[in-house]
Design a protein around this ligand. Structure first.
Ligand SMILES: Cc1cc2nc3c(=O)[nH]c(=O)nc-3n(C[C@H](O)[C@H](O)[C@H](O)COP(=O)(O)O)c2cc1C
Length: 364
């Protein structure tokens, strides 16, 4: 099966959407033999369409511009599955990808399709056996209401209901190692979708998981706002450890509230600053002053805590090596994942693994 990935992100392989695309093709590869080709639109030499219609009259099927587009058209014609992979830009596809889409005009015939309500052109080639998949991430918390233009464009040029879509909001989270518990879980579902796509089609169960938000709107927006490292009111640069602590706090799940407020104090010994995260019934508060008596205090260099959160060191090992220490109530540490875990569901194979990773932030 020949698969063509058209990676339309200006970030090439660093694209968030491309991570989903790779998971999807991993799934396909798990069930059938594949020949995967990739077009990195960002690296192509493609001029914009001149609008001269020479590809319809003077040189039917051939563009007058001599650049890399003729190779792209050959790849499109040879593929069985075409994956359109891109991040949402101003509610549409990034400009270089739009240019590639425009430059497909030689694949159409000039005549009008009679049956179309909106107007259209028939294909010059038999494209009926090809399957298309649109894979995209966007920056807002949800895809709802943000993909109207994208859907309208693909409905027109691929045919409504004739392509599969996997679109995911909160796309920037795919490059945050601290959240790989949750994003990894999502990528597993995308992989399953790839397997199912080439078998009997994506199941309703997988679709439900794909349509689920990575995090709630409130959690995501708190993390996103803190991630810029800039104070909301003043626009001034914020200390990295403060932004980090706010992002960590945003992961708090009030469903784990134990019946009384917990005051978690983070004392970063290398930067000489402390913060308190108060875990309340309906939310949390991050303090940099006006401290109250802590329930649990973690004394750690900020660099160590960051490495634990990013999965570079295991929390258990770091504690055994005395890289950080805990004072006060240890219960929070034992139930860390319940309070702050980034996975939606803990999908651990053996119950014992839970105890090992429970105070390792998102990584055991
Ligand atoms: C110029 C620009 C425009 C964007 N427009 C939108 C938008 O309209 N809606 C949205 O939700 N995210 C928007 N984003 C965020 C991206 O869609 C998001 O970061 C996405 O994950 C990028 O995907 P990629 O890494 O695959 O390129 C925009 C980002 C940039 C740089």
């Amino acid at each position: 099966m020949r698969i063509l990935i058209i990676n339309g992100s200006p970030k090439s392989k660093r694209s968030n959407s491309y991570k989903l695309t790779c998971a999807f093709t991993e799934g396909i590869k798990a069930v059938c033999e594949t020949d995967i080709r990739e077009i990195d639109v960002n690296k192509l030499n493609l001029s914009p369409c001149l609008g001269c219609f020479a590809c319809w009259n003077k040189t039917p099927g051939k563009c007058v511009i001599k650049d890399e587009m003729s190779g792209v058209l050959d790849e499109i014609l040879a593929a069985d599955i075409i994956i359109w992979s891109f991040g949402l830009y101003y509610f549409n596809v990034p400009s270089k990808l739009k240019n590639l889409i425009d430059r497909q005009l030689p694949l159409s015939l000039p005549f009008m399709v009679k049956e179309s309500e909106t107007g259209g052109h028939p294909s010059r080639y038999d494209m009926s056996g090809k399957r298309h998949v649109v894979i995209s991430t966007c920056g807002f918390y949800t895809t709802k209401g943000n993909y109207t233009s994208v859907n309208a464009m693909f409905d027109h040029f691929l045919g409504k209901g004739r392509y599969e879509t996997i679109c995911c909001g909160q796309g920037e989270l795919f490059r945050v190692p601290e959240l790989s518990g949750r994003t990894g879980e999502y990528l597993d579902y995308v992989k399953t979708a790839g397997e199912e796509f080439v078998s009997d089609g994506i199941t309703d169960e997988t679709r439900e998981h794909l349509d689920e938000l990575l995090y709630s709107k409130e959690q995501f927006e708190a993390m996103a706002d803190a991630s810029w490292g800039v104070e909301r009111e003043s626009g001034e640069k914020a200390a990295e450890d403060f932004s980090f602590t706010k992002q960590m706090a945003a992961l708090y799940k009030p469903s784990s509230y134990p019946g009384k407020d917990i005051v978690l104090e983070m004392a970063y010994t290398d930067v000489g600053r402390s913060y308190q995260i108060v875990l309340k019934k309906d939310g949390y508060e991050v303090r940099s002053d006006n401290f109250t008596q802590y329930t649990t205090k973690i004394e750690t260099p900020f660099t160590v805590w960051k490495n634990i959160a990013a999965g570079k060191i295991s929390g258990t090992q770091a504690m055994m090596k005395k890289l950080y220490s805990v004072q006060g109530d240890f219960d929070l540490m034992l139930h860390w994942d319940d309070y702050f875990g980034s996975r939606k569901k803990l999908r651990l194979k053996k119950p014992k693994e839970r105890a090992l990773c429970c105070f390792c932030l998102s990584h055991g």
